[in-house]
Write a protein that binds this ligand. Structure first.
Ligand code: SF4
Length: 314
């Protein structure tokens, strides 16, 4: 067998990331630097470094933004408390929260109003779950581990619903849901899937190619939930090895020893230029043949945030 690369499609940028990154770029063009951004606009080192070079200033909290300045909220979403803090400091805000995260926020608000106990499946400390839980802190409990699912208590087992972070492993989430349903058989499902199309499509592509791969390389940053999940999905579905890398230069040549087929994919926050650099690197090490494995064609796009649209020259 010649050495070859299987290239997953879809991979890389999703519609929410594309919109969030363009929001910062257009804000810099429209209003000039600096543009403050609360948290990483998307979880990718290259994107954050590139935008920083152009004049974006990334901060952890709104109190680091000078009074009256412009701040962009990241794709992962923020809680109402963050909007209030920004208003108190008279900040001008542009909310680049992905509309699919906003959808989960609205579900949390709606079911809290109806006085449900909401079990939010997600990773403790992730910005997205902090934002979603912050919509209804008195009604939401986070379920991260199997232990959490075994311990969580609800007020009325006939009035419980589960929601989830958008970037989880589809399979592992269903394991957690089954575990919860054993304890709360009347628990309701979300009105529509919370794990977004981009997360599940990228996992499906990896599942398809993983059994044929000696090695899977996922381009993505360590704090990118959906990228980390792609490594796990590759290993769970037959790849002999899988690694997460930000850049081609991080590939350890020992990983390529005895390898005939390398699978390549990237997380939803990764620009394709980084994948192209990896393909060039692999070609220089004998992996010149590239076959794209297509499991879905994505056509979703989101309009820019309205706070920005109103100021843009048409
Ligand atoms: S991964 Fe999904 S939820 Fe997150 S920004 Fe992309 S489309 Fe939106």
């Amino acid at each position: 067998m010649p050495k070859r690369v299987l290239l997953a499609k879809p991979r890389g940028y999703c519609a929410g990331v594309d919109r969030a990154v363009e929001t910062v770029e257009r804000a810099l063009e429209q209003y000039g630097a600096p543009v403050y951004v609360r948290k990483e606009i998307v979880h990718n080192k290259y994107v954050v470094e590139t935008l920083s070079d152009r004049g974006a200033i990334f901060v952890n909290e709104t109190d680091e933004v000078p009074e009256g300045a412009l701040v962009v909220f990241s794709a992962h979403g923020v809680s109402p408390a963050v909007h209030e803090e920004a208003a108190q400091r008279s900040l001008r805000t542009i909310d680049a929260t992905c509309p699919l995260v906003t959808k989960v926020h609205k579900e949390a608000v709606r079911f809290a109003k109806e006085d449900y106990d909401i079990l939010l499946i997600g990773h403790e400390g992730h910005e997205e779950v902090e934002g979603t839980a912050g919509e209804a802190p008195d009604h939401v409990q986070l379920v991260d581990t199997a232990e959490d699912a075994a311990k969580v208590e609800v007020r009325d087992p006939s009035k419980v619903i589960w929601l989830s972070q958008t970037t989880l492993s589809v399979d592992e989430t269903m394991v957690r849901v089954r575990q919860l349903k054993e304890r709360f058989p009347e628990m309701q499902d979300p009105p529509s899937d919370d794990i977004c199309y981009a997360t599940s499509n990228r996992q499906t592509a990896v599942k398809t190619m993983a059994p044929s791969c000696d090695l899977v390389l996922v381009v993505g940053s360590k704090n990118s939930s959906n990228s980390v999940r792609l490594v796990e999905v590759a290993l769970q579905n037959g790849a002999k090895a899988a690694y997460l890398i930000d850049y081609a230069k991080e590939v350890d040549l020992a990983w390529l020893e005895g390898v005939e087929t390398v699978g390549v994919t990237s997380g939803a926050s990764v620009p394709d230029i980084l994948v192209m650099e990896l393909l060039k690197f692999l070609e220089s090490h004998g992996f010149g043949e590239v076959e794209e494995i297509t499991t879905a064609n994505e056509k979703i796009a989101f309009a820019l945030p309205r706070e920005l649209r109103k100021d843009l020259v048409r």
